[in-house]
Design a protein around this ligand. Sequence first.
Ligand code: MN
Ligand code: MN
Length: 367
Amino acid sequence: MKKLEALQKWVQEQHLDVVYISDHNSVGYFTNFISDPAERILGLFVFADADPFMFAPELSVGSAKKAGWTGDIYGYLDHQKPFAMIADLIKQRTSHHAVWGLEKDSLPVERFELIREQFPDASFPVNVSEFIRHMKLFKTPGEINLMEEAGEQADLAFSIGFNAIQEGRTEQEIVAEIEYGLMKQGIMQMSFDTIVQAGANAANPHGGPERHKIEPNQLILFDLGTNNKGYMSDASRTVAFGQLSDKQREIYDVCLEAQLAAQDAVKPGITAAELDKIARDIITKAGYGEYFIHRLGHGIGTTDHEFPSIMEGNDLELQPDMCFSIEPGIYIPGFAGVRIEDCVHVTENGCKAFTHTSKALNHIPVH
Ligand code: MN
Ligand code: MN
């Protein structure tokens, strides 16, 4: 609960009366109760001068206690009006003129208006999202352990996926094999929809697995990750199925050189923009700059995309315990796509990857 204490201290320092943590990921981050309430309301309310309370769907109250929440918790039933109940609970703890902090990056306007109706004299000047983003930049040893486990699960997923490649199978079937294989071992949640894309399909980096059968002599791109107790992994490998042409081989080699150079360059003090440039320059010099159409990387933790963004224009200096991806890609429309990605955490003198599947080109034979 050290994180919650830090939040409470910040609430006092900012001279706020109440902070509403409304994003279920953030609630999980501060309380260890990880639960997506979908359209229902799950919130954590933190005060300068009173103990925090959790407000949850009645059907989640038992799980929140099981997850270790020992503070006050109030449940509501589906037919009740949650924001009227929340307002009563808050008015017992702070004034009508309260100064609020809100998660402005994610609180729906509709919910904000319901709060404002209940508190017409209150003000809402502070964006808690910025504080949370900054706090999440630095992972604790416990968080890094969970992410290392998630990385081991991703490595397992790659080995299942590579073994599932067969002529006549579809991308979707390989995804199914990966997730079925993981589930049989108790790994029940991916961190995002698993991507397996072969040949020209991989040139659409945010496309999905398709239903056509995989042909030999193509590059096949895998991008996947698991959710391990609320902490994510995310990694990509591209493998050769059969024989590659010189150009297929070249884009793989260039992408790998860029990935390795960037990962090798990570150390405290280098900026996010400098790191992006190291990888981008290699790809540009090789003539493929126009096909590297996204930032080098993104932060990772309780979500699969968070801060810091590893990109041009971000002069943030990387520091120990920051966690992010390094994932250059080359996507040539109508031809092929390559992406090679590891997530790392910065150490005192370099970085350590969460995933360890070999990045040397893996040749999968055609039987
Ligand atoms: Mn990825
Ligand atoms: Mn990624």
